[in-house]
Each structure stands twice: as C-alpha cells, then as structure tokens.
Design a protein around this ligand. Structure first.
Ligand SMILES: C[S@@+](CC[C@H](N)C(=O)[O-])C[C@H]1O[C@@H](n2cnc3c(N)ncnc32)[C@H](O)[C@@H]1O
Length: 229
C-alpha cells in the first residue's frame, strides 16, 4: 500500500470494498440506467486519438475506459493507468490479462503526486477528478506534459445548477460514500477543474450532460508554451 498523509485512507478503504463488484455496481449510480456508457464514449472520442497514440488514464479504476481507448490507438499505442487504490488496479490488471493487451501499464499513485511522462498525446479522467482535492494542480501538470497536439479530457459528475432537487440528489449520490456531500457541493470542484482547464489549455469545450448532473471538458495543449520551454 502506498503511503498517504492526506486523509485518503478512507477513500482507499471505500474503493477496496467496492472494487470486486465495481463494474456492475457503478452502473447503478447515481441511478440504474444512467448513461455512463454513452458519456464514456463521448469522452474517449473527445481525445481525438489516432493509432499509435499514448494515453494516460488518471484514476483509471478497474480500467473501464481501456477497451474504448485500445480500439482507437491499436497495439502500437500505449496506455498508462494511474490509480490510488490497489484493489481497483488489481481488477484493471485482470481486465488487461483477460484481453491480452500488452501495451498497458498500471501505476499505483496519488494523482496529486503522479509524475506525468513528457509528450503524451492524451490524458483522460472519468468520474474521479472531483474527488481529487488538488484537481487544479493535476490539470496543470498534465497540461504541461502534453505533446503539441495533445488533448486533456475530464468527464465527471457535478451538482446541477438550475434543476429540481431530486436531480441534484441523483447527481451527487455517486460521491456520497467518499466525502461529505455538503462539503463537495459547497466546494464545487467542477468549477476549479473548469477554471484550470481554461487556464492551462486552449479551445476548451465544456458540455453539461444529463440535466447538468455531469460535465465533459476537453481542451488542447497550448503548443506555443511547450515549444518555447
Ligand atoms: C468512481 S471511480 C472511477 C474509476 C474509473 N475512472 C471509471 O471511470 O470507472 C474513482 C477512482 O478514482 C480513484 N481515485 C480517487 N482519488 C484519487 C487520487 N487522488 N489519485 C488517484 N486515484 C484516485 C479511486 O481509487 C477510484 O478507483
């Protein structure tokens, strides 16, 4: 187990309990029938991947994004899956073995401390970034590591702005096990993510999904900044 001094132990314990059945139970949050599959596909497509590309999946969990990414990058590409929770990575490892993928490596690390390799083609994070207190810093460090045409895509839940209370509850149910929901809603981490992506990337596209209960944010590397450094 990795050392953590940021109060992440509870989060790790929670995901250890969820890991075994995560692929099934995650479909039930925030409600059965929630369009995760369609949202994941949109997120993967927003990466603009080509055969041979390198992709980092931040907080990859059990690797539910891997099949989509693999189909786009092919065996000549490369995926690095990063996650804090050993048990989630163990399921991701099982998925890799079952599919015979040879181009995926897994790293157990806190996203806040992960050392992004230089010149990656794309970074993706799904249903996780609003749980990372240092999300703005992670966005910035990822952006600095992108190749000239690189893309950063974040898909996650948020509290809807102008929708009935029952939809707000649906949108926030997913984070209830990990954080005090009131604190999460008050902190509004999706706004920090949006501001950081606006600052660190170019051509940011922000799309609200499913009555504002989720967002898809996608931006491109600031090429000029990287070539001058
Ligand atoms: C809801 S799951 C999402 C997993 C996967 N991205 C997906 O779309 O199914 C959240 C994941 O984020 C991971 N996580 C939470 N905080 C993290 C952090 N600070 N660094 C790395 N991983 C983190 C958890 O271990 C968990 O696997």
């Amino acid at each position: 187990m990795i050392e953590t001094d940021r109060g992440q132990d509870r989060l790790i314990e929670t995901y250890r309990k969820k890991a075994k059945h995560y692929d099934i139970t995650s479909r039930l949050y925030p409600m059965p029938g929630y369009p995760h599959g369609a949202q994941r596909l949109r997120a993967a497509q927003a990466l603009g991947l080509r055969a041979g590309d390198s992709v980092i999946d931040i907080a990859c969990g059990t690797g539910l994004n891997f099949p989509l990414i693999e189909e786009m990058i092919g065996p000549g590409g490369r995926i690095i899956g990063v996650d804090l929770t050993d048990a989630m990575l163990a399921r991701a490892h099982d998925r890799i073995a079952a599919n015979g993928w040879r181009n995926i490596s897994l790293v157990q690390a806190d996203a806040a401390e992960f050392d992004f390799p230089a010149r990656v083609d794309a970074i993706l994070s799904t249903y996780a970034m609003t749980q990372v207190p240092e999300c703005a810093e992670v966005i910035a460090r990822g952006a600095a590591a992108l190749s000239g045409n690189g893309r950063w895509v974040v898909l996650d839940v948020k509290a809807p702005d102008k929708t009935p209370r029952w939809i707000t509850q649906l949108g926030t149910a997913v984070v209830r096990p990990f954080a005090a929901i009131d604190e999460w809603v008050m902190r509004r981490p999706w706004e920090s993510i949006r501001a950081a992506m606006q600052e660190e990337l170019t051509d940011l596209c922000w799309t609200e999904l499913f009555f504002g209960s989720a967002f898809l944010a996608a931006g491109s590397a600031k090429y000029a900044r990287r070539t001058s450094s």
